[in-house]
Write a protein that binds this ligand. Structure first.
Ligand code: SAM
Length: 331
């Protein structure tokens, strides 16, 4: 089953995601590509473990979903997201039996190492989300990335490295076959947590139900009688920086649209928080008492993060600059 980010809880739990098989082991695969690994690997268990697959390519997502459906693997959730925010925000502490990474993008160029997945912070996060006895399984053809990942695991201070043979299923993926055809060998390591550090979830929540809940980021203001913008310049707001999160969030207000149906406008905003990005709509709608409501719209399935609240704040601040009187800030 394909899940959007907004379909998850933060954090989520196995009994909700796999209501028919909550007692089975829970395996997460990062970057599953066209999904060949899981049918092979799942077949080596008496009953297929619960599967959470995360991949950033939408085309791969659809191919993998078809493949898993054909193999009858129904206790599987696939999602199109970058792995780190999914593992941090959705996976509960100590939830997983294994995290599997087959042939990750190696980012071989000098200066591109910060794009690599398997760095010390990832290993600390993984150790916090794995059960006792769980492991990260890496298979790769790329010798230099393999050495890099082993060194990063050691630097994390929470993983020991076991060099073993890869599971046969890891040699059946699209990339495994590609490298095998070129005569290249593979490296395999199991990274086993020696401790399970506490890596907290962020302050992320679902879009509340009912939709008019005060938990939706909003503001109430009075627009000046003369309000009727004829131009809108893209602008950027930043916030949320801390020692642990120096980049914080960035909200770019991209455009403003007039509603032809009701008294109001809509702002399109792009919100970036580390690897997580969201495009959100923020409505500015007239109310019966003559004030206007600035509010995150449910359209597109947003989740509520510090950056999304920041975007609602940025729209409110912009309206204030246009002469609005802000009565209430609910973000
Ligand atoms: C080299 S391919 C390997 C695909 C597959 N595992 C295989 O062995 O055939 C790497 C895959 O990882 C995906 N990917 C890259 N970065 C990712 C991330 N941060 N989170 C999830 N998937 C990612 C890419 O889209 C790509 O499909």
């Amino acid at each position: 089953m394909i899940y959007r980010l907004s379909d998850f809880h933060f954090p989520d739990w196995a009994a909700r995601l796999y209501p028919h098989t909550p007692e089975r082991p829970w395996v997460l695969e990062v970057g599953f590509g066209d999904g060949r690994f899981w049918p092979h690997y799942a077949a080596t268990f008496p009953a297929a473990p619960n599967y959470l697959g995360v991949e950033i390519s939408g085309v791969s997502l659809l191919k993998a979903e078809r493949r898993l459906r054909k193999a009858g693997l129904t206790n599987a959730v696939l999602t199109r997201l970058p792995a780190t925010p999914l593992i941090r925000e959705v996976v509960p502490a100590g939830g997983l039996d294994a995290i599997i990474v087959n042939f990750p993008d190696p980012w071989p160029k000098a200066g591109h190492q910060e794009h690599r997945l398997l760095r010390a912070p990832f290993f600390r996060l993984a150790a916090s989300r794995l059960k006792a006895g769980g492991a990260v399984l890496l298979t790769t053809d790329h010798e230099e990335y393999f050495a890099f990942a082993c060194a990063e695991a050691a630097a994390s201070g929470v993983m020991r490295v076991d060099l073993t043979a890869p599971p046969p299923a890891a040699l059946e993926t699209k990339y495994a076959l590609k490298w095998r055809d070129l005569g290249l060998g593979v490296h395999h390591a199991r990274f086993i947590p020696t401790e399970h550090p506490a890596v907290p979830h962020g302050t992320v929540t679902r879009y509340p139900d009912p939709e008019d809940s005060p938990a939706v980021p909003h503001a109430i203001l009075t627009l000046p009688d003369t309000f009727g913008p004829t131009e809108f310049r893209k602008h950027t707001a930043r916030g949320g920086q801390s020692r642990e999160n120096p980049a914080g969030w960035t909200a770019v207000l991209l455009d403003l649209y007039r509603s032809l149906k009701q008294d109001g406008w809509v702002v399109l905003a792009h919100v970036v928080e580390g690897e997580l990005t969201q495009e959100v709509l923020i409505g500015i709608t007239g109310r019966e008492d003559g004030t206007h409501l600035v509010r995150l719209a449910s359209f597109g399935g947003p989740i509520i993060t510090p950056g999304v609240k920041g975007a609602v704040g940025a729209v409110t601040d912009w309206l204030e600059e246009q002469g609005a009187q802000v009565r209430h800030r609910g973000y």
